[in-house]
Design a protein around this ligand. Structure first.
Ligand SMILES: Cc1cc2nc3c(=O)[nH]c(=O)nc-3n(C[C@H](O)[C@H](O)[C@H](O)COP(=O)(O)OP(=O)(O)OC[C@H]3O[C@@H](n4cnc5c(N)ncnc54)[C@H](O)[C@@H]3O)c2cc1C
Length: 640
């Protein structure tokens, strides 16, 4: 049986939808708010913002994270900035332009209404964060400064050097801490959600494992909000923090929530290249660097071994400037990544293994001086030098694409509610606003828009519209969910095989990168669909997890996450195989234009693919939400 996917997009003209909807949604009387409990899983930008805002409104909030402090959420790693249509630069920006750039950037595979709302709310986010004291960079006269990010011809990115995520998260964390101190939020650090509790068809709680003691318990609420981040670590090597995982959304999928567009993953063009087989993490060099850095490779293959500073200007191929003169080095990520791969496939890649291109600041240093460059990117340059032992003020950086962000996630309607009533999803964990490719500096915008502005309104509407009876810990659904978690943990620990968890994760990552990475083909995806189930079978037969389940055991935690990645990876390949077109980050080699650009098929694929779990031995069911465009004309995306 397929699902009924109602996106609940409000009627009326695009610019008026959100305001009208806000007026029409139900409110909860202040005296009644304290009678409601909301579970928020995640304390990154989306989760911390949502939890603090719910508590400020008067709800009882329980917030969970697997780190030892909410402040360690992966959002802290975000570097380059956050977009907003403030038009402080008077360079032609507007809500409509940010909306259009985002729709086009996502290759016309996102919902118009959600994307418009994101652009609209973006202006409020900056005011909110400034009021919290977030130290955004300022111009000499005191106004907030902006820089440019890929896929835009205006400067609309607000930033705090190369530490924007850290500063924004400190703002959200302070708001959260204030509410914890007041008693509105109860914080559960080192607590991992391992299942969703669905009673009478509604999400009513979660099953949580205390990482320090191994205790498994149900926690109840009137509604559950998942803000658990993205799943790029399915590739093993990615720019994400090592702990990032898909477990919360994957377990919710297995309890009935549809998973949308799982194959839409973003490969970021500017990361420090892989250095060896034993590496366990990749490091991003922020896209903001492309404001001043120029990307090039040698024109001739025989020059790749030369020192970059010995290659004269005439022998360099500034391929992004050559191929995409309008956007140049600030071409969107999917396009810049594919162009880097193309240059390396052509034998013109630099550095060990020939998998690198140069990002060169020599011109900018000549034009602006070393001090200006240090002021703009100092911490990123220092990070690069510490990792590579090369000084980017003197020699160009070497960069290569790496998995970075996942546009796919749990399907949500306009209210950010999944198809399981009462289960809301925010931030990178949902699929909502970016289509097939996310523009730089738009994830922080979306996470904070969801957390500070959208969820507080839509969750209130849900609570105000539904009568929710208390849930008993003895309900069969609760007992079954707790027993499932306990049994799974017991089973993992009982295998005591010969292979480490990390070795399975690395092998899965190789498969995903090879067959479901920057270039995908039917042949490769079919191969991956054979390899992954075999690897999964071997994992459940031969994984070795030392230690016990009654103490802090990070290998056990990792094993649970890898087990879920071994299932999610298969769904990603299935989704990529069914989507017989190229769009954004999903590049099927069979579907490209004569000059190697992505070739969409709007007639057959202008829809959201929402996959539904059908049990352990049946294939998942594909549901389609058609994408309707009223305001923009579907066109071939061009940055030339
Ligand atoms: C290196 C890097 C740089 C980036 N720079 C930028 C940038 O400059 N601009 C931009 O817009 N975007 C940037 N991004 C993307 C952006 O940082 C993320 O998309 C965003 O921070 C995600 O926020 P989130 O709140 O959705 O999730 P996260 O910050 O990942 O938080 C997830 C939370 O969920 C919790 N959690 C997860 N699973 C469970 C579970 N099972 N049980 C309990 N808790 C759980 C975690 O503990 C954590 O608190 C960058 C990403 C990377 C990797």
């Amino acid at each position: 049986m397929t699902l009924e996917l109602n996106s609940r997009i409000p009627a009326g003209p695009l610019p008026e939808k959100w305001d009208r909807h806000r007026f029409e949604m139900k409110l909860v009387n202040p005296a009644n708010k304290r009678k409601h409990t909301i579970i928020v899983v995640g304390s990154g930008l989306a989760g911390a913002a949502a939890a603090a805002s719910f508590s400020e409104l008067g709800y009882n909030v329980r917030c969970y994270c697997y780190q030892d402090s909410p402040r360690r959420a992966h959002s802290i790693a975000a570097q380059g900035g956050i977009n907003a249509a403030k038009n402080y630069q008077n360079d032609g920006d507007s809500v409509r332009r940010l909306f259009y750039d985002t729709i086009k950037g996502g290759d016309f595979r996102s919902r118009e209404a959600n994307t418009w709302r994101l652009a609209q709310v973006s202006v409020n986010i900056i005011d909110q964060c400034v009021a919290q004291g977030v130290p955004f960079a300022r111009e000499y006269g005191g106004l907030l400064a902006n820089r440019s990010f890929g896929g835009a011809q205006v400067s609309r990115t607000f930033y705090a050097r190369g530490q924007t995520g850290q500063q924004l998260l400190l703002g959200a964390y302070q708001a959260l801490e204030k509410e914890i101190a007041r008693g509105g939020v109860k914080m559960y650090p080192r607590a991992e959600m391992l299942d969703l509790i669905v009673v009478n068809g509604r999400a009513r709680g979660i099953v949580v494992r205390d990482e320090l003691t191994g205790t498994v318990e149900p926690h109840f609420a009137d509604t559950v909000v998942l803000c658990t981040g993205g799943y790029s670590n399915v590739f093993y090597l990615s720019t994400n923090a090592k702990g990032c995982n898909a477990t919360a959304i994957w377990r919710a999928y297995k309890r009935g929530a549809a998973f949308a567009n799982p194959c839409y993953t973003q490969i970021h063009p500017t990361c420090i290249p892989v250095a060896g087989d034993y590496q366990s993490k990749l490091t991003l060099m922020s896209e903001s660097l492309r404001n001043d850095g120029r990307v090039w490779v040698p024109k001739r293959r025989e020059d790749v071994g030369k020192k970059p500073n010995d290659i004269p200007e005439a022998d360099r191929d500034y391929y992004l400037e050559r191929k995409y003169p309008s956007f140049g080095n600030l071409s969107p990520r999917d396009i810049a990544s594919r162009a880097a791969k193309e240059a390396c496939d052509d034998g013109r890649g630099v550095g060990p293994g020939g998998r690198g291109v140069y990002l060169d600041f020599a011109d900018a240093i000549k034009r602006l001086g070393v001090e200006k460059i240090r002021e703009r990117y100092g911490n990123l340059f220092e990070m690069y030098e510490r990792i590579t032992d090369e000084n980017p003020y003197q020699v160009p950086m070497r960069i290569y694409p790496a998995p970075h962000y996942t546009m796919g996630g749990l399907w949500v309607d306009y209210n950010l509610m999944s198809n399981v009533p009462g289960l809301h999803v925010g931030g990178e964990a949902n699929f909502s606003d970016h289509g097939a490719n996310r523009l730089g500096a738009s994830a922080l915008m979306q996470g904070l828009s969801d957390g500070y502005f959208i969820l507080p309104a839509t969750v209130s509407d849900y609570l105000g519209s539904n009568k929710l009876e208390p849930v008993s810990a003895d309900a069969p659904e609760v007992k079954a969910a707790v027993a499932d978690v306990a049994e799974r943990t017991r089973k993992l620990l009982s295998i005591q095989g010969t292979r480490t968890v990390a070795s399975f994760h690395r092998e899965l990552g190789h498969i995903m990168w090879e067959y479901c990475g920057m270039a995908r083909s039917a042949e490769g995806l079919k191969k991956a669909l054979e390899l992954i189930p075999k690897l999964r079978e071997e994992f459940w037969r031969d994984v070795r997890i030392p230690g016990a389940g009654t103490e802090l055991n990070q290998t056990l935690e990792h094993a649970g996450r890898v087990a879920d990645f071994l299932e999610l990876g298969e769904l990603m390949c299935r989704d990529a195989l069914h989507r017989e077109e190229s769009c954004g980050g999903h590049f099927r080699v069979e579907h490209q234009t004569a000059d190697g650009e992505a070739l969409r098929d709007d007639e057959h694929f202008a829809y959201v693919a929402a996959w539904q779990y059908a049990g352990p031995s049946a294939p998942p069911i594909l549901n389609k939400e058609p994408l309707e465009f009223e305001s923009v004309k579907l066109s071939t995306r061009s940055y030339k």
